[in-house]
Design a protein around this ligand. Sequence first.
Ligand SMILES: Cc1cc2nc3c(=O)[nH]c(=O)nc-3n(C[C@H](O)[C@H](O)[C@H](O)COP(=O)(O)OP(=O)(O)OC[C@H]3O[C@@H](n4cnc5c(N)ncnc54)[C@H](O)[C@@H]3O)c2cc1C
Length: 385
Amino acid sequence: MNFEFTEIDRMFVDAVRRFAQEKLAAGALERAHSTEYPVEVAGMLASQGLLGIAFDSDDGGGGGTLLQSVLAIQEVALACPKSADIVQAGNFGPIRTFVQYATPEQKERFLPDLLAGRSLIALGMSEPDAGSAVTELKTSAVRDGDEVIINGSKVFSTHSPHANLFLIYVRFGPGVNGIGSVLVERGSVGFEVGSPSEFMSGEQWSQLYFDNCRIPAKNILLGEGGFKKQISGFNVERLGNASRALALGRYCFNTARDHASDRKQFGRRLCEFQGIQWKFAEMTLKLESAQLLLYKAAMEGITGLPSAQSTAVAKLACNTAAWEVANEALQVMGAMGYSKEILVEYCLRRIRGWMIAGGSLEILKNRIAEGVFGESFPQRLRSET
Ligand SMILES: Cc1cc2nc3c(=O)[nH]c(=O)nc-3n(C[C@H](O)[C@H](O)[C@H](O)COP(=O)(O)OP(=O)(O)OC[C@H]3O[C@@H](n4cnc5c(N)ncnc54)[C@H](O)[C@@H]3O)c2cc1C
């Protein structure tokens, strides 16, 4: 087994690191505390080729690998945690499902602006009554000639206040096989983006309302029977979530390490106390082990989409390690760690959300157990299925 990166990957990491440290590190604090989507950063990342890294060059992508997308999100996050959101949006999020399944005509209409950072796509999957039980979604899609009529509502969509394109999971018919997805543009008749609410992280989300919303039938991404494909695409989103979480955990670790190297109490530097040293040893173990699982899942996806099992294991490991490390790093920094003067508290709040989003820790464990036993365990009571 070879744990070395290839020469190309090493050069790629060096280039992204240099760019991120030179262009993004300076504004990191301000960006993190702003509710605005950093459009100017999206443009910069696009011109560096950091949107669509693993997409085919025929689609306007970089022709790279999923591993390189993971490496890019890490390097950007280490310089500016908030800017990593744009790497997510341009490589791992609904854009990835879109590029996998869109028709040539859909790609021609939407991809150039998305990959240039001029446009943003959000995912509408969760509903008020369908969170973890996503297949219970009710938002309906009815074909009417060369149009589709959408009715229903979506909640919690990342970037919903700022996006101009929405990939919406809809129900064309009953059961899991009735689920598919459509592309809805902001401004479509009968589509309303509600006023923003705020997560604990400071991120905003808007409820999406569809009231006899009419879209052209050519905006169907996946018709009936599309659910399995959508979820396969969603595994990439999970890896982006895992990568960002781990990178923000490492950001906290680095910040706390530098603090512990300088800060003196009782006439000694914090790093000279064994109680502090052991915290760093334990944090290192958590970060390094989660990192290996993340790379393993990304390598499996090198020629396509990563497996559900490896993705679930990697996300569980990265979310948990990141949360524990960020929390311990904050403790090492005392009141300064708890202050908005630095980004450790911000990273902690962001990481917490990713333990719920993109498959909560509990749902990931359910998925992993199914892999262990090689059978599916329906969560519904048998009398209801
Ligand atoms: C930061 C953030 C970003 C998000 N972005 C998006 C987005 O872009 N698009 C989108 O559509 N949605 C998004 N979501 C919503 C997210 O997908 C849901 O929050 C998630 O699926 C969980 O659903 P829920 O919040 O309704 O919790 P519920 O499903 O009500 O679950 C509540 C608790 O019960 C646990 N639980 C539920 N079922 C089981 C079970 N069978 N076994 C064990 N435990 C169980 C859950 O793990 C959780 O801890 C986001 C959420 C967050 C926090």
